[in-house]
Design a protein around this ligand. Structure first.
Ligand SMILES: CC(C)(COP(=O)(O)OP(=O)(O)OC[C@H]1O[C@@H](n2cnc3c(N)ncnc32)[C@H](O)[C@@H]1OP(=O)(O)O)[C@@H](O)C(=O)NCCC(=O)NCCS
Length: 324
C-alpha cells in the first residue's frame, strides 16, 4: 500500500533526487535546454530545505521505495514529482488527492503552476488555466508555463483517472481538532486477555489511564502521529512524559499506540511506529519507553521494532528503545 509521510530534514537528498531526476529525464522532451536548467536551478537545495523545515513537503513511498513528492504551502500545491519509472500508476493522483485535502481544509481554492508534462493531469482534475507565463531563459530559450486554479466547489468534477486501487496510507501529526479521537485510541490500546469481556468505555477516565491523554498537546513532549486511510483515522501512536508505570526519567517519553481492530495485522502499526520513532530521533530524544502486559502479542511487535525488556512486575514488562 502506498504511504504518504511528511518529509524530515534528513530526507532532503531523497526529495532533491526525486525532483532533479524527474526534471532531467522528462522535461527535455517538453522544454528547451535553457528552460530545463531554469527548473533545476529553481528547485534548489535551499528552497527544498526551507520547505521541509516548514513542514510543507510530503513523500510517497511504495514497498519501502520513495517514488514521489509534493509540497503544500497555503493555497498552493507545488513541486509535484513522481520518478519516471513509477509514473502512470496513480501515485501523482494520490499525492494530489492528499494535497487538495490539506488546502481545501483551510482555503476555497488551490493554485499551482502546471508544467507541460503535468498539464493534462491537472486538467482532468478540473483545474483551469488562469495566467500564461513566458519566461526568458539562457540561450534565448523560453520556459512556458500556465498557472491553474481549482475552486473547492469544482473539486471532483474533472475526470480523475487513478490507476492504483490502493488508497495511500497517510502518516501525519494529529491535528488539534482531532485530539478528542485519542479517547478512542486510548480505549483500543487497553489489553484485553483472550476470551475476556470488553471493559466499559468509561475505563479510560480512571486517573492512571487518562493521564496518557489528559490535555494532550499542552506539554512540549506531547507528540502524536496518526495513520489516515481515505478520510478515516485508523491508528494513533503518541508519546508524553508521565509518572506512570514504566516512567524512566524526565527525558524519556512513554509511548502508547493502537490501531482500530479491523485494521490490525496489516502493517499499519509498524509504519506508524517507524514514523514516530523517526520524529523522536529528529527531535533529539535518546530513548523511549513503554509498558505492556506480558500476555499481549504486542510484545513481539515492540521487540521487532528494537524495544528491549528492562524491567517487569508480575503482569507487565517495561520496554525501552534506544534511538541513536
Ligand atoms: C499493537 C498494534 C498497535 C500493532 O498494530 P498493527 O497494525 O496490528 O501492527 P502490524 O500489522 O504492523 O504488526 C502486527 C503485529 O502486531 C502484534 N499484534 C498485537 N495485537 C494484534 C492484533 N490484534 N492483530 C494483529 N496483530 C497484533 C503482533 O505482534 C503482530 O505481529 P505478528 O504478526 O508477528 O504476530 C495493534 O495490533 C493494536 O492496536 N493492538 C491492540 C492495542 C495494543 O495492544 N496496544 C499496545 C498497548 S501496550
Amino acid at each position: 500500500m502506498p504511504t504518504i509521510t511528511q518529509a524530515l530534514p534528513s530526507q532532503l537528498s531523497t526529495v532533491h533526487n526525486i525532483v532533479h531526476t524527474t526534471i532531467r529525464t522528462i522535461y527535455p522532451r517538453y522544454y528547451p535546454h535553457g528552460a530545463v536548467e531554469f527548473f533545476i536551478a529553481y528547485h534548489s537545495v535551499e528552497k527544498i530545505t526551507a520547505d521541509i523545515q516548514a513542514g510543507r513537503v510530503w513523500l510517497l513511498t511504495e514497498g519501502g521505495i520513495f517514488v514521489g513528492t509534493a509540497t503544500v504551502s497555503a493555497h498552493e500545491v507545488a513541486r509535484l514529482f513522481v520518478l519516471p519509472e513509477h509514473q502512470g500508476k496513480g501515485y501523482g493522483s494520490a499525492l494530489m488527492d492528499f494535497c487538495e485535502d490539506i488546502v481545501f481544509s483551510m482555503h476555497e481554492y488551490v493554485e499551482l503552476h502546471a508544467s507541460f508534462p503535468a498539464y493534462a493531469l491537472y486538467e482532468k482534475r478540473g483545474y483551469k488555466p488562469t495566467i500564461y507565463h513566458k519566461v526568458p531563459c539562457d540561450n534565448g530559450d523560453y520556459l512556458c508555463i500556465y498557472e491553474m486554479k481549482l475552486a473547492k466547489s469544482n473539486r471532483g468534477i474533472g475526470e480523475i483517472h487513478c490507476m492504483s486501487n490502493d488508497s495511500p496510507l497517510i502518516l501525519r501529526p494529529i491535528m488539534p481538532s482531532e485530539l478528542p479521537l485519542l479517547e478512542v485510541f486510548l480505549y483500543e490500546a487497553i489489553f484485553i486477555p483472550p476470551g475476556a469481556a470488553l471493559p466499559p468505555g468509561d475505563i479510560i477516565y480512571t486517573p492512571e489511564v487518562f493521564i496518557y491523554i489528559e490535555d494532550f498537546g499542552s506539554k512540549p513532549d506531547d507528540i502524536c502521529f496518526v495513520a489516515q486511510l481515505e478520510k478515516m483515522i485508523i491508528g494513533a501512536a503518541w508519546i508524553r512524559i508521565i509518572p506512570a508505570f514504566g516512567h524512566i526519567d524526565e527525558e524519556t517519553p512513554k509511548l502508547a499506540i493502537s490501531v482500530l481492530p479491523e485494521y490490525r495485522g496489516k502493517g499499519t502499526g509498524s509504519v506508524l511506529m517507524h514514523r514516530l520513532l523517526e520524529e523522536l530521533r529528529a527531535r533529539g530524544y535518546k530513548q523511549t519507553s513503554l509498558s505492556v502486559q506480558q500476555q499481549n502479542t504486542a510484545v513481539r511487535f515492540y521487540q521487532r521494532l528494537g524495544y528491549k525488556i528492562v524491567n517487569q512486575n508480575d503482569q507487565e514488562y517495561i520496554m525501552v528503545k534506544k534511538l541513536n
